[in-house]
Design a protein around this ligand. Structure first.
Ligand code: GLV
Length: 379
């Protein structure tokens, strides 16, 4: 087993183990991937101030998210198809998050269903909602999340139309996975993945069972999304979701300050400054560039969270310093899942917390809640 010292090690292990179409679904971005690259590059380009002569013993990475104490200001972002990275991936990631002391968000596009995860973990988790054209179905997902005692609803606003991901099309990404000559050749080199995933109970979208009209006509994931997701989604619908749900609500996919101002008036509890990990509007600005203006405009009215490009505790701390109360991480933990299952997710979280802790010490910070622009070196 290779020594894992950072998230890129987990990525490399996942790349070698997981079928190419699934690994690339996680890894890729939309079109030229310029926003995907900018997310990571721009956060990594921000400088930290090295401070000395400060007592940095007894540090704390703890904070609260939606009124609950968490081990660090991180939640696992909703990511589709976890159960095709590792059998029962959603349950494993939820368990790893719970044991670590942070929330897990189950995607609408998960392989394990809401009920599978509730039963498999026995612990509260968050549910992410895509609003479908069929509002009755969207409402039923909210009811199922309530029945499963989900403790927050994360409504995604930036994927009513899918940005094209070239690699998904080239790989013919389909759910359940389709066996083509190219995928068979790839899978022959990945017997561990094939045995693990192919023998698992579910290989298709657990939440949507019975909703995929004709399995044979479902050629690709992107075609299915185009047919089902509701492009009319508007702020009125946010109110509809809020009223139906009645619990803590998080709005994900805010990148523009005007939208942030509307979101702050919507009665939601938090927003996630996000461009969907560079998977949607290619050419959108990086999340880290959008963050300070949004935090300044609405940070006193609504919790401002962040995602996009975080592969280390250093990057996490920079986002917190620029006004995020917390961050969601996606690829960083999914690489861990694809590499090793539940222990891989735990390892991703441990790597990140350790990096966060050491970086706090070296910037003279003892309490993560005190992160501010004062720890950054601008210019
Ligand atoms: C969402 O479903 C995505 O693939 O980014």
């Amino acid at each position: 087993m290779p020594v894992v010292t950072n998230i890129d090690d987990l990525r490399e292990m996942a790349r070698k183990r997981v079928a190419r179409a699934i690994f690339e679904y996680v890894d890729c971005g939309a079109y030229t991937e310029c926003t995907l690259r900018a997310n990571r590059a721009e956060i990594e380009a921000i400088g930290l101030r090295q401070r000395v002569g400060i007592d940095v013993d007894r540090r704390s990475t703890k904070t609260t998210l939606l009124g609950r104490e968490v081990a660090m200001p991180v939640a696992l972002a909703p990511v589709g198809l976890l159960g095709l990275n590792w059998a029962n991936g959603e349950i494993l990631a939820a368990r790893a998050a719970h044991n670590f002391g942070i929330p897990f968000t189950l995607s609408t596009m998960s392989i394990c269903s809401i009920e599978d995860v509730a039963e498999g973990t026995g612990k509260p988790f968050w549910f992410q909602l895509y609003v479908m054209r069929d509002r009755g179905f969207a409402a039923s997902l909210i009811e199922r999340a309530k029945a499963a005692k989900c403790s927050a609803l994360v409504l995604t606003l930036d994927l009513q139309i899918q940005g094209q991901r070239h690699r998904d099309l080239k790989n013919g990404l389909a759910v359940p996975p389709k066996l083509t000559l190219a995928s068979a050749l790839d899978i022959m080199t990945k017997p561990g993945w094939a045995f693990n995933v192919m023998t698992s109970k579910r290989k298709s979208f657990g939440n949507l069972e019975g909703r995929i009209p004709d399995a044979k006509s479902l050629t690709t994931l992107s075609q299915w999304i185009a047919g089902q997701f509701d492009p009319t989604l508007s702020w009125k619908d946010v109110e509809w979701v809020k009223n139906l749900w009645g619990g803590p609500l998080v709005l994900k996919g805010i990148l523009d300050v005007e939208d942030a101002k509307i979101a702050a008036q919507s009665g939601a509890d938090a927003i996630v400054v996000s461009n969907h990990g560079g998977r949607q509007l290619d050419g959108a600005m990086s999340s880290i560039r959008a963050l300070p203006e949004i935090a300044a405009a609405v940070g006193d009215k609504i919790d401002v969270w962040f995602d996009g490009g975080i592969r280390s505790g250093q990057s996490l701390l920079k986002a917190l310093a620029l006004g995020a109360k917390a961050a969601m991480i996606g690829r960083a933990y999914v690489y861990g899942l694809g590499a090793m299952g539940e222990p891989g997710v735990r390892q991703a979280l441990e790597v990140m917390q350790k990096e966060l802790d050491v970086t706090m010490a070296l910037t003279g910070l003892r309490d993560v809640r005190d992160a501010s622009p004062a720890i950054l070196r601008v210019s």
